[in-house]
Ligand binder design. Structure first.
Ligand code: C2E
Ligand code: CA
Ligand code: CA
Ligand code: CA
Length: 281
């Protein structure tokens, strides 16, 4: 029995060891991903309602991992945030998003998105020179400032309201727009909408899913849309997967929507090609 216990302990130790090695390996590969050119920028279209035209796009990161293939952010962003590597990823995405969309606007203004939204992590917002980084991305690529939207979650903004407000004012001075991402899932004390300078609300997917089936939820979303409009904000519904959801949002006077029903995230070239393909009648 004593031996068995010992064996179990060895097994346990082995597994811990394996997990540790795996983490170190992932960390090492992720830290090289940026300069090895393994990050990919995907764009998900944002549509205007009720005319259903693409007007904007959100930049979402993917990692072409030589070992595991194309990876979604959920599988590496947490590690990137823990290790601080997220700042490097965000900086690359910011520059790449501005570059890709400016190029598209120059090549084919008919189909190009009028704006691109980039996700900003807490660590990136805390960089003392984040405003310089954004200014650099704009001048280096030539993208007009009002074509860039920076998305921040409520949780990130609410950490220190005074600091966030000052930082956002600085960024807005450049002429870029600020969006509150995943609206409704954070602290959501409505008071901060009074103080924080923002231009756009993105209603979280959890409020959109099941919209058709739930009357209370519909009233809530309707109220958020009206509130946003009253404050002069652009309101975007996220995670629209059903035509019934889209129709209801239209009726509620929501002007912008994003979701699998309208378009998946994909490489900019693929999105561009689909939008410029002749429409078959
Ligand atoms: P997010 O910013 O809320 O982005 C929206 C996520 O919802 C994306 O997942 C998108 O693919 C997904 N989505 C869009 N429409 C639908 C839909 O109709 N149904 C469902 N079920 N999902 C939908 P993705 O690309 O896996 O990104 C997940 C999260 O990772 C993002 O959530 C964002 O928080 C983070 N992220 C992605 N790219 C970046 C980045 O470049 N920097 C930072 N800091 N975070 C990023
Ligand atoms: Ca986002
Ligand atoms: Ca979101
Ligand atoms: Ca999110």
């Amino acid at each position: 029995a004593k031996d068995q216990g010992k064996n179990r302990w060895l097994l346990f130790e082995d597994r811990m060891h394996e997990q540790l090695l795996d983490r170190l390996d992932q960390e090492c590969r992720l830290s090289q991903a940026v300069h090895r050119g393994e990050l990919r920028l995907h764009l998900q279209p944002v549509f205007s309602l009720p005319d259903n035209r693409m007007v904007g796009a959100e930049a979402l990161v993917r990692w072409e991992d030589p070992v595991q293939g194309l990876r979604q952010p959920g599988s590496f962003i947490p590690l990137a945030e823990e290790t601080g590597m997220i700042v490097e990823i965000d900086r690359w995405m910011l520059l790449e998003a501005c570059r890709v969309v400016k190029q598209w606007q120059d090549d084919d203004p008919e189909t190009a998105p009028a704006w691109v939204s980039v996700n900003l992590s807490a660590a990136h917002l805390d960089e003392p020179d984040v405003t310089d980084q954004v200014a650099y991305a704009l001048t280096a690529t030539g993208l007009a400032p009002n074509c860039l939207v920076l998305e921040l979650t409520e949780t990130v903004l609410m950490r220190d309201l005074a600091v966030s407000t000052a930082r956002l004012e600085e960024l807005r001075q450049l002429g870029v727009k600020i969006a509150i991402d995943d609206f409704g899932t954070g602290y959501s004390s409505l008071g901060y909408l009074r103080d924080i300078p923002v231009d756009e609300l993105k209603i979280d997917r959890s409020f959109i899913t099941g919209l058709a089936a739930n009357g209370r939820q519909r009233e809530l979303v309707n109220a958020v849309i009206q509130l946003g409009h009253t404050l002069g904000l652009r309101v975007v519904a996220e995670g629209v997967e059903e035509s019934s959801e889209l129709n209801l949002l239209s009726v509620m006077d929501c002007r912008y929507a994003q979701g699998y029903h309208l378009g998946f995230p994909e490489p900019a070239d693929d999105l561009h090609a689909r939008l410029s393909a002749p429409v078959l009648h």
